[in-house]
Write a protein that binds this ligand. Structure first.
Ligand SMILES: [Zn+2]
Length: 155
């Protein structure tokens, strides 16, 4: 397996630790090198890392980030609304003025880091679908090997 020379230098800085993967994910960086940008848009992924050439098409976080954010934001906002209601009994418009902006802040601001974290953990733990007719370990190995081979075939 030969490396593209332009990626060889960056490849030497491959992230191998779980804390490194967590840091790269939370900072929305490439899960392999930790230097390239992960996102092309707000939640749209780059097709491949601009620094190390990693094909990011393996990444499928699905609804995972949104579910974690919903649980977290629900606990924070509902808890704060209950405490406010019990202590101050404000009119309903005060609740709307307080909690609607907080919901937007707690959900939209956390989606990108959470999606980056889940993709980094997926890459770090080599999480992928099993291949039919193969053992789990063998299928995972082949899936990631195919992903690595594809990035070298293209110019
Ligand atoms: Zn990279």
């Amino acid at each position: 397996m030969s490396l593209d020379p332009k990626f060889a230098e960056v490849r030497q800085h491959t992230i191998t630790t779980l804390s490194g993967a967590n840091g790269a994910g939370l900072s929305c960086a490439c899960p392999r090198c930790g230097q390239g940008r992960l996102f092309a848009g707000f939640l749209t992924l780059q097709p491949r890392c601009e620094r190390c050439g990693l094909d990011i098409s393996f990444a499928d976080s699905g609804d995972g980030p949104a579910v974690f954010i919903m649980f977290l934001a629900g606990a924070i906002v509902v808890g704060a609304a209950l405490v406010t209601e019990i202590l101050f009994q404000p009119p309903y418009w005060v609740h709307a003025a307080l909690w609607l902006p907080l919901i937007a802040l707690v959900t939209l601001g956390r989606l990108r880091p959470m999606k980056g974290l889940m993709i980094a953990l997926q890459y770090h733990h080599k999480a992928a679908e099993s291949r039919f007719g193969q053992g789990l370990e063998q299928g995972l190995e082949q899936g990631f090997d195919q992903g690595l081979d594809q990035e070298q075939e293209e110019p």
